[in-house]
Design a protein around this ligand. Structure first.
Ligand code: B1M
Length: 215
């Protein structure tokens, strides 16, 4: 297979052997973010489709996810960056009950490579842990990620909890993840949350939202 198709195939097949050599060759052709967005994510999309239609079993999905993570970790040091920090601070968490973190970690990379400080507290984070970390690190905004349909409900509960604690004005919230829709966030949740809540389709929209919030 040609290089870029082979890279996509590696994600689908969970094939790690020779990954670095292919990534080196790919970086001679385009920047690391182009490889992630155009080739690696295309592979993950296929994985999602195969899994969703019952043609791929969970252990293989996990292997694909591991190759994806290894590839992103290999590319990350080669990305252009302004990692001076200081533009503002974003807390990132995957919500309670949800283990998916590839998207959240991409947001971390893109936002922190563009001059922000990111406090990434990981997966399966209940609202108490999110708010404690937000206080401790004095963040400017809270970003929640979740890929499961049930995570969209958890996000709603989290916003309600923030309303009832009287801290909605203090924390703008960014929400992202495959099960969300723009209209759910920008209509339903926006109506409910007493602060500012925005939807980010991808990591770049997350960055643009931070730019807007902090300007
Ligand atoms: Co899961 N899984 N999974 N899974 N998995 C999905 C989400 C699913 C849609 C697959 C399917 O059926 N087609 C489905 C959910 C169905 C639903 O809820 N209706 C599903 C399921 C069912 C499950 C389990 C329940 C399976 C089981 O156990 N029977 C289980 C759940 C466990 C749990 O969470 N409690 C499970 C487990 C797993 C693995 C562990 C094997 C693995 C995750 C590994 C990991 O993350 N460390 C996994 C994977 C890999 C997937 C798919 C195939 C790929 C997800 C991914 O990494 N995509 C996924 C299929 C899909 O999403 N269509 C699927 C690439 C990633 C870059 O995209 O995270 O969407 P994404 O991030 C995007 C944007 O959404 C956005 O930016 C990124 C791009 O720039 N974004 C943000 C995300 N967060 C953001 C936050 C922001 C801003 C933007 O600001 C805060």
């Amino acid at each position: 297979l040609p290089l870029f198709e082979r890279l996509e195939r590696r994600i689908v097949d969970g094939e790690r052997n020779g990954l670095e050599a292919d990534l080196d060759a790919a970086m001679a052709e385009k920047p690391p973010l182009g490889i992630i967005n155009e080739n690696l994510l295309a592979g993950m999309k296929v994985v999602g489709e195969l899994f969703g239609s019952g043609q791929m079993q969970l252990p293989f999905v996990l292997q694909s996810a591991e190759v994806m993570k290894a590839a992103v970790a290999y590319l990350e040091p080669h990305m252009e960056k302004d990692d001076s920090g200081g533009k503002g601070k974003l807390l990132l968490a995957t919500v309670k009950g949800d283990v998916h973190d590839i998207g959240k970690n991409l947001v971390d990379i893109i936002v922190s490579n563009n001059g922000y400080d990111v406090v990434n507290i990981g997966i399966k984070q209940p609202i108490n842990a999110i708010l404690e970390a937000a206080e401790e690190h004095k963040v400017d905004a809270i970003g929640m990620s979740g890929l499961l349909v049930k995570s969209t409900v958890i996000m709603k509960d989290n916003l309600e909890e923030m309303n009832s604690r009287g801290i909605a004005e203090k924390y703008p919230v960014l929400l992202g993840g495959a099960a969300l829709t723009r209209s759910y966030v920008e209509h339903d949740l926006d109506e409910l949350y007493q602060g500012d809540v925005r939807y980010a389709k991808d990591a770049f929209e997350g960055l643009h939202l931070m730019d807007r919030l902090m300007s």
